[in-house]
Design a protein. Structure first.
Length: 231
């Protein structure tokens, strides 16, 4: 299953109150495993960014001044996402900003059922615990060395690792037949149908006789003879 783990950085908290996206980062995962494909863009929000936000993201007005506006990167983002499920930490926040930008451009907003919220998943798994991205990285022993400030692509890469842990993805990656999508990360193997008739034997009489002679050469204590006697 193809999914897009993504994150946004913005000028503030109000998607419908004038705030805009300043950075967009996406990581492609298939069956919860990152493929190495990413999408990243710094975006000119066409407005100033409050200093308290700059201190968190490091994205100043001067830095963003020559970056493309959202309309210039929108189609690349849409093409990268395709029809995949979109995974974000506190997804309603990021969904609100993405859809606000889509509506501004006269494009179809993304339906709510296209999104998965890793914060919600984490709260269900660890009730009463902190479920910030930092807290989950520490819980799963995921290094934060590359994260000096909040950044959309860096946070998406970290979230992809967290998502893998939250969904039991490492177990599924080693599984050739099990399914864990609805089992809380625990691999469940499907019931195998009973054969309508037994398979016919592939050993002929000549081969049986040769095998029996070989076992006889081993003497009466041969393990094969002991097992045969038990049956």
């Amino acid at each position: 299953m193809r999914e897009i783990v993504f994150d946004t950085e913005t000028t503030g908290l109000e998607a419908n109150g004038g705030d805009r996206i300043t950075e967009l980062g996406c990581v492609e995962v298939i069956d919860c495993i990152p493929t190495g494909k990413t999408f990243h863009a710094y975006i000119n929000p066409e407005r100033s960014t409050p200093q308290e936000v700059v201190e968190i993201t490091g994205l100043t007005d001067d830095f963003l001044a020559d970056k493309p506006v959202f309309a210039e990167v929108a189609q690349d983002f849409i093409d990268f996402v395709g029809d995949a499920v979109m995974v974000a930490h506190n997804a309603p926040f990021d969904r609100g900003f993405i859809n606000m930008e889509m509506v501004r451009l006269g494009k179809q907003p993304y339906a709510e059922n296209r999104f998965k919220d890793t914060a919600r998943i984490a709260r269900a798994m660890f009730p009463g615990s902190y479920v910030s991205l930092d807290a989950l990285c520490k819980r799963f022993d995921i290094s934060l060395e590359t994260r000096e400030k909040h950044g959309a692509l860096i946070d998406s890469l970290l979230l992809a690792e967290v998502y893998l842990e939250l969904t039991g993805g490492r177990t599924r990656a080693l599984d050739l037949a099990g399914k864990a999508e609805t089992s809380g990360g625990k691999v469940e193997f499907p019931v195998r149908p009973v054969r309508s008739r037994e398979l016919s034997g592939r050993v002929n009489e000549t081969e049986r006789a040769a095998h029996a002679a070989f076992i006889d050469e081993m003497g009466e204590d041969a393990l094969w003879k002991q097992l045969k006697a038990l049956n």
